[in-house]
Design a protein around this ligand. Structure first.
Ligand code: NAG
Ligand code: NAG
Ligand code: NAG
Ligand code: NAG
Length: 415
């Protein structure tokens, strides 16, 4: 009997204990949950604080001498924070998530005076490829610029003509110059060309070093996200119209201006190497002038291409000239509909031989320039026009004086 009572009491005690434990457990779980929530908030707060202040992400938006030193340990978001502004930035970045494990990307702000060159080509191409048009969309409206990229040996003998061309249009253009690395000359502080040289490597005529230089120019220009159009020029090029006309023509164009055509002769198809097949077929193969003009999409395409360019480097060697085939063929493969297939830079190939005609002092006149300016027919955004060329080459340094005398008429200052 007492045993039964004991058992009863025992089970009563057990029940009491059980209910107490459940109650306790319930309270514990609730408090644990609250505690977890609280620590989550704290951790989140700390992270945000760290991101903004301790990691120096914000301070890395401001100029630093070592801004292009090897990637630091700071957050990969610093690029986004610097360039998009945190409050309005959408929660999901358009970047590939695999990017999160990579070091930070520190792209220069949109301020010409802060433009700092990147010396390592691979790093340069990687950074430039990040600034894709879909990233730019988040930046909101900003005035588009035209990037004028000069491929030159040394100084620009026709610079005074260009100075007049650019005068009064600050904020609508950017200038980049690739020279021979030994060239150390620098124009005066007042010049539009002052400190616009990019880190350069030796360039040999007809070799891939030429295309390397073009890609280097494009990559540097892509780092400024206001640049929308990219025109490659030489030291022997001149502008044929005033800045406003050139700017509106390029910014308003629906397509790019890359000369690209199928040349059945030995100097065209004859330079194709079967070993590029199957990636580049003879049907894809194109020829064209080196002096291209591309929009942002194509510029990114060119600098981030690592499937076609190695083939050109290996299998297009003299007498195949890579600068005459690579960009014309690439655009024909990746986006033929984005190209007008014509160059925006006039050159006279009427003399036979490997080099085009070079104009000297006696040869230049307003009549010649007007013929180049208005003497052709082509299509622009689907309409026929007589303005087919905005630039012309090759002009010898001796043409500087006559050209300077013509600039009032050329640029429409007193007409
Ligand atoms: C993201 O990156 C990974 C590895 O780098 C790659 O395999 C994948 O295709 C990328 N995805 C996109 C959408 O680019
Ligand atoms: C660019 O930066 C310099 C130096 O900080 C500053 O003086 C100038 O006003 C800035 N220009 C623009 C357009 O932000
Ligand atoms: C340029 O050439 C490509 C073929 O190479 C063609 O698909 C494209 O329509 C051409 N563009 C124009 C504007 O004719
Ligand atoms: C620029 O040239 C166009 C014609 O090409 C002309 O109508 C315009 O007035 C010129 N602009 C200036 C500022 O002279």
């Amino acid at each position: 009997m007492s045993k039964m009572v004991q058992q009863f009491e025992m089970s009563g005690f057990a029940r009491e204990l059980y209910s107490r434990i459940t109650r306790k457990l319930h309270i514990t779980i609730s408090s644990l949950f609250l505690l977890a929530m609280a620590s989550f908030v704290v951790v989140l707060g700390t992270f945000t604080f760290k991101l903004f202040v301790l990691d120096g992400s914000i301070s890395s938006c401001f100029p630093r001498l070592d801004r292009f030193s090897p990637p630091s340990t700071s957050s990969p978001y610093s690029y986004i924070l610097c360039n998009f502004g945190f409050p309005s930035f959408p929660p999901h970045t358009p970047f590939n998530s695999s990017l999160k494990s990579k070091p930070s990307i520190d792209v220069p702000r949109d301020n010409d005076s802060m433009w700092h060159p990147v010396t390592d080509d691979r790093e340069l191409m990687r950074r430039a490829a990040m600034v894709r048009p879909n990233v730019i969309k988040f930046l909101g409206h900003r005035t588009p610029k035209v990037a004028f990229m000069f491929l030159s040996r040394g100084s620009l003998p026709l610079a005074p003509v260009w100075e007049k061309f650019f005068m009064g249009h600050e904020g609508l253009y950017s200038i980049y110059i690739h020279t021979s690395p030994e060239f150390v000359g620098e124009p005066p502080v007042t010049s539009v060309f002052y400190k616009r040289k990019i880190p350069s490597e030796p360039v040999h005529w007809g070799s891939a070093t030429m295309v390397d230089a073009e890609r280097r120019l494009l990559a540097n220009a892509l780092l400024d996200h206001a640049n929308e159009r990219f025109v490659l020029l030489s030291e022997a090029c001149i502008p044929l119209f005033n800045f406003t006309t050139v700017y509106n023509y390029l910014i308003g164009a629906e397509q790019s201006f890359i000369s690209s055509f199928d040349d059945p002769r030995p100097t065209g198809r004859g330079r194709y190497n079967k070993r590029m097949s199957p990636r580049v077929s003879l049907a894809d193969w194109r020829k064209g002038s080196q002096w291209f003009e591309v929009n942002r999409n194509l510029a990114v395409e060119i600098i981030s291409d690592d499937s076609y360019y190695p083939l050109f480097r290996n299998y297009c060697r003299p007498p195949c000239y890579v600068d005459e085939h690579y960009v014309p063929t690439l655009v024909n493969i990746v986006s033929p509909q984005l190209n007008t297939n014509r160059s925006i830079t006039w050159v006279d190939w009427s003399n036979p031989g490997p080099h085009p005609r070079e104009y000297v002092k006696k040869g230049v006149s307003m009549a010649l320039l007007n013929l180049i300016r208005q003497g052709s027919k082509c299509t622009y955004n689907g309409r026929t026009t007589s303005i087919c060329f905005l630039f012309a080459r090759k002009f010898h340094p001796s043409t500087l004086d006559p050209l300077l005398r013509m600039t009032p008429v050329l640029f429409g200052f007193n007409v």
